[in-house]
Design a protein around this ligand. Structure first.
Ligand SMILES: NC(=O)C1=CN([C@@H]2O[C@H](COP(=O)(O)OP(=O)(O)OC[C@H]3O[C@@H](n4cnc5c(N)ncnc54)[C@H](O)[C@@H]3O)[C@@H](O)[C@H]2O)C=CC1
Ligand SMILES: NCC(=O)COP(=O)(O)O
Length: 333
């Protein structure tokens, strides 16, 4: 059985970044890229700065599916002041936050089947008082889920990675890494693979923290003291979990074939292999939420905004993945 493609909400992200451009280009290529209907949420001027295609400004999201064939459906969240591509402003940061809020609200209410979040600049948001590390934790809070019970999964065609710790200074990682946190992220990841991707018996490979996964304790003790107990606890629940693996040898082709997701100890351990292999089509998905949330793996790219150089494939992949996961959940719960 299959269901009609669901309507998704797509926030444009920072108006000065490449979010508006990649969303517009995704709509332009909707047939070639096989995209389901979506409604954009964000600043109308940020679109007209970079695109002269048709925009259908809606007053009611219910009109989006009919409008989608004729123009890019938009729920307008105008920024208080115009911002130019590549020149982020405080007004733009507020607009990106308001757009995110509305897009998440449309999804939580069931009006949309999933939310795809455009790239925001974290330092711009921090400057206006945003007190979450990133959009992941913001969406989790809006859904009533603690940030410890969600997982940021980066996914490409041949690799999925999940960092246990995300946006914090590297020097703070060791004290933040606990067996309980590794176990929780591992469990959310395994359940997320089942729920969103239909992988009945998911395989999780857990990375070490130190070089050579600690070299039997000679190069660090986190593997023995923190990571191995978490792996043992997950295995005791019946999950297929291996590790701790030396991180430098778990991402080559043959190694990747042995697992469905790699659980990594810190941000760059997870994101470097993913972006090296799949930058053009990488998707960031939040696991553990009652709603579907995806995002392209890239950021605001202020350096190329407004130059017609932004590649829309990661945004398109994020839209496709959100639709596919939403349909899978609708069919299988
Ligand atoms: N999902 C999100 O909201 C994310 C937001 N960010 C934010 O983005 C800002 C900039 O971060 P950076 O580390 O510079 O990463 P970035 O992904 O914005 O840019 C890195 C490099 O890749 C290029 N690039 C990125 N996306 C591209 C695309 N679609 N097509 C062609 N070239 C592309 C950029 O021009 C730049 O040279 C930061 O403030 C960060 O917080 C970063 C990652 C994800
Ligand atoms: N490096 C990934 C990233 O910055 C995305 O974070 P989030 O805003 O989706 O939490």
């Amino acid at each position: 059985m299959s269901l009609p493609p669901p309507l998704l909400a797509v926030s444009l992200g920072d108006p000065a970044g490449i979010g508006p451009e990649v969303v517009a280009k995704a709509w332009d290529s909707r047939h070639a890229l096989g995209l389901p209907p979506f409604v954009a949420v964000g600043d109308p001027r940020s679109l007209s700065e970079v695109w002269d295609g048709p925009v259908v400004v809606l007053s009611n999201p219910a009109e989006a599916i009919d409008a989608f064939e004729h123009g890019l459906p938009l729920l307008a969240v105008p920024a208080a002041a115009a911002s130019l591509p590549g020149q982020p402003t405080t007004a733009g940061a507020h607009c990106s936050l308001d757009s995110l809020e509305l897009a998440v609200g449309l999804t939580r209410s069931g009006t949309c089947a999933g939310v795809v979040t455009g790239p925001v600049a974290k330092h711009q948001l921090y400057a206006i008082g945003f007190n979450h590390p990133g959009q992941t934790e913001f969406v989790a809070e809006r859904c009533g889920v603690s940030s410890g019970n969600v997982a940021m999964m980066l996914a490409g065609p041949t690799l999925r990675t999940v960092p246990v710790t995300t946006h914090l200074p590297l020097r703070d990682v060791p004290e933040r890494l606990t067996s309980a946190l590794i176990e929780a992220r591992g469990r959310v990841t395994l359940r997320g693979l089942q729920r969103n991707f239909g992988i009945a018996n998911p395989r999780l490979a857990v990375a070490g923290f130190n070089p050579h996964a600690g070299e039997n304790g000679a190069l660090g003790s986190e593997e023995r003291d923190v990571i191995e107990p978490a792996i043992a606890a997950l295995r005791a629940e019946g999950w297929d979990v291996t590790g701790p693996h030396p991180a430098d040898t778990m991402f080559h082709t043959a190694a990747r074939a042995r697992y469905d997701a790699a659980l990594c100890m810190y941000h760059d351990q997870a994101l470097i292999p993913l972006k090296a292999l799949h930058f053009e089509e990488g998707v960031n998905m939040t696991l553990g939420l009652p709603i579907v949330r995806t995002s392209p793996d890239h950021g605001t790219a202020f350096d190329i905004a407004g130059q017609d150089r932004a590649d829309p494939r990661a945004m398109a992949a994020a839209i496709r993945m959100a639709a596919s996961c939403a349909q899978h959940r609708a069919l299988h719960g």
